[in-house]
Design a protein around this ligand. Structure first.
Ligand code: FA5
Length: 354
């Protein structure tokens, strides 16, 4: 038994050295620690030994098992640290103390993220739409199933113009009604699904801090056709986020309330820094909240001229509202949202060559 264990230990040590990612490490762990693994095989051999040798052999197997477990944990920590380092090196970060040497201006980081997302959605067959910053009460709220005096309005207090009924849009959802009307005819007459994204500047009467601005960007997206379901929503969100971050991302949906979707969700991604283990970036939860979304409410489809009173579920669709400014913060590791509107060229001109 002693010989068997020392041979196995030698093999284990050399295999562990070759492992460089969490997937292969898990495979190795299963080879040794699972029910059908090497250590279970040792236990079967133990049963065959004469009684007077069992105690000593059992002790040896247990201490081998403890040693293997410890080595796995250490290697796991090492690999996570290495992966974090790779991610940090790959993250396009900026240095706010760097003096500018750019005489001819540069794209704003939000413009860069917006264009990247537009390219991704265009490659998936979405149209990119532009929409007004000044809208009326109907488009910002009522067409979205938020009647006058509805408490959901409190979450989106904005700036009202003295001109009757006009305001600065508090979310890109304000364009939904116009987009549904624009593409509805082609959907109903030619069967062409509505697939559109519409990025835009939004305004809210907010208490400003490191992650809340009174002026920020969102990107809205909708897809409407027959038989559109939550699975379509998850597929598009997962594909888009994997492309933005350049790696496969895991997403989860939690219930979320917005009067214009039913059911409504908050979409989280598994933290890319710690791979879901929990770290300071994800407040130790392993998940990051990124994008509210849901299935478009039948009333919104009706107000947009898509469905009739008689058949409110003929067409279905999903909608999402991505926080573009927050996404740019994560992508470029910008810690304070106020940097984006600061007009500070030392910070903002660093993105010229990206
Ligand atoms: C909305 O604005 C909904 N219109 C989103 C939506 C669309 C839901 C379609 C369902 C279907 P919310 O208020 O949570 O939801 O804002 C969406 C995102 O905008 C937030 O996750 C956040 O990333 C960003 N955001 C909101 N307020 C601010 C702010 N003050 N500063 C910066 N980003 C903000």
């Amino acid at each position: 038994m002693k010989e068997m264990i020392s041979k196995l230990k030698e093999q284990f040590d050399s295999k562990l050295k070759e492992v460089n990612d969490l997937g292969s490490l898990e495979q190795l762990r299963l080879d040794y620690m699972s029910k059908k693994g090497r250590i279970s095989e040792l236990m079967k051999e133990l049963a065959k030994l004469p009684n007077d040798q069992k105690k000593e052999a059992g002790r040896l197997i247990n201490s081998f098992k403890e040693e293997v477990t410890k080595h796995f944990e250490n290697r796991r920590d090492q690999i996570i640290k290495l992966e974090e380092q790779v991610l940090i090196n790959a993250t396009e970060s900026y240095d706010d103390s760097m003096p500018t040497n750019n005489p001819c201006g540069s794209y704003h980081p939000i413009t860069l993220v917006q264009r990247e997302l537009e390219d991704i959605f265009e490659s998936m067959g979405f149209d990119v739409e532009d929409y007004n910053e000044i809208v009326d009460d109907y488009h910002c709220f009522e067409a979205l199933n938020i009647p006058k005096y509805h408490p959901a309005r409190d979450m989106q207090d904005t700036y009202y113009l003295t001109t009757k009924n006009q305001l600065l849009k508090s979310h890109t959802s304000a364009a939904q009604n116009a987009i549904l009307k624009k593409y509805g005819k082609a959907l109903r007459e030619e069967g062409r699904p509505i697939k559109a994204v519409f990025p835009g500047r939004c305004f809210r009467n907010e208490a400003i801090d490191a992650c809340h601005e009174n002026t920020f960007f969102q990107m809205e997206g909708i897809m409407v056709d027959k038989n559109i379901s939550v699975s379509n929503l998850i597929y598009f969100m997962k594909t888009m986020l994997s492309q933005v971050f350049g790696r496969e991302v895991t997403v989860r949906l939690r219930p979320g309330f917005f009067p214009f979707v039913e059911p409504g969700f908050e979409l989280d991604i598994k933290c890319l820094i710690c791979n879901g283990e929990g770290c300071s970036s994800c407040k130790n939860s392993g998940w990051l909240e990124l994008c509210p979304c849901g299935m478009i409410h039948p009333n919104v489809l009706k107000y947009g001229g898509i469905n009739t009173e008689e058949d409110p579920y003929e067409y279905t669709g999903f909608a999402f509202g991505l926080g573009l400014t927050r996404l740019a913060m994560m992508k470029y590791a910008v810690k304070d949202i106020r940097t984006f509107n600061s007009g500070d060229l030392d910070s903002l001109s660093q993105f010229i060559n990206r």
